[in-house]
Design a protein around this ligand. Structure first.
Ligand code: KMH
Ligand code: ZN
Length: 274
């Protein structure tokens, strides 16, 4: 188990609205400041979705260029572009910003219900996204929403389409996919091949409980408005950094320190200097 804790912040997301969370960053300067605050608090990976100024989700190249520049000007957080985008997006839209060569990009390994919608990731879609991720030199983060996606990870690793060690993200608590329970987190963590790293993103009010479990188990943590907007019951968080600060406090209580960016690159096997 690594003593260093990788903290990912998912500060924007594709679904949460300003009406639900008035502090949601949308414009490039707001996004840049939000990732800087989270990085100052201890986050080393920034999971990024695009939004238009009116809040509509977009994976548009120019939006990502503006976000990426605004973040880079302010802090060295490792940029991880979403390739999931929002439900219903065409795959080409989901991956067009990868030409900006982010250090990391997500790769969801299957289709699942997503609230009232369906998050579609057929095998041909997965292959298309993976090819584009490789073309532009990003490291994939395997997004696992349920057990079927773990099975797909096994298959792709066995066929050599994916190669270990690789980084997994367990997104637990989406309505229609695997629940954010201790049993599911243990099951997921036991499924990753030796040498791989893993992170959990607990959705909604399970965010802190899942993060606490992962810290104790030797895993890593994702927090942020994409997954949860409340600091505690009935109290909206004023910034994503609040979640990061809380995770850092919990981690230190059990002897784990937040990793810095250089350590994160080493743990994730990313090239040393971007
Ligand atoms: N917005 C979700 C439908 C990812 O970022 O790669 C998909 C998602 C996964 O957030
Ligand atoms: Zn996402």
């Amino acid at each position: 188990m690594s003593d260093e804790l990788l903290i990912t912040v998912a500060a924007v997301g594709a679904e949460v609205t300003r009406a639900q969370q008035p502090n949601l960053p949308l414009l490039p300067d707001e996004v840049g400041e939000e990732y800087r605050r989270a990085h100052d608090a201890g986050a080393v990976i920034g999971h990024i979705h695009g939004r238009r100024p009116d809040g509509a989700p977009t994976q548009d190249l120019e939006t990502f260029r503006a976000y990426s520049t605004a973040i880079r000007e302010r802090c060295p957080i490792i940029q991880q572009f979403s390739t999931g985008g929002a439900v219903g997006m065409e795959v080409e839209e989901r991956i067009e910003a990868l030409s900006l060569r982010p250090e990391m990009a997500t790769l969801t390994l299957g289709t699942c219900n997503f609230g009232e919608d369906v998050f579609e990731n057929s095998l041909p879609t997965i292959r298309t996204i993976l090819e584009r991720i490789r073309k532009f030199g990003a490291a994939p983060e395997l997004e696992i929403f349920d057990d079927g996606m773990l099975a797909t990870a096994d298959t792709l690793l066995a066929r050599g389409i994916l190669t270990a060690p690789v980084h997994f993200q367990f997104v637990l608590g989406v309505r229609g996919a695997a629940a954010a329970t201790p049993e599911n987190l243990i099951h997921c963590s036991r499924s990753v091949p030796a040498g791989c790293t893993w992170t959990v993103a607990g959705i909604g009010r399970r965010q802190t409980a899942m993060a606490t479990m992962a810290i104790a188990m030797g895993g890593h943590v994702r927090v942020g408005f994409e997954d949860n907007i409340y600091y505690r019951k009935g109290e909206l968080a004023d910034t994503n950094a609040r979640f990061v600060e809380r995770v850092v406090r919990i981690a230190r209580e059990v002897g784990r320190e937040p990793a810095d960016v250089a350590t994160a690159r080493r743990l994730l096997r990313l090239p040393a200097a971007a």
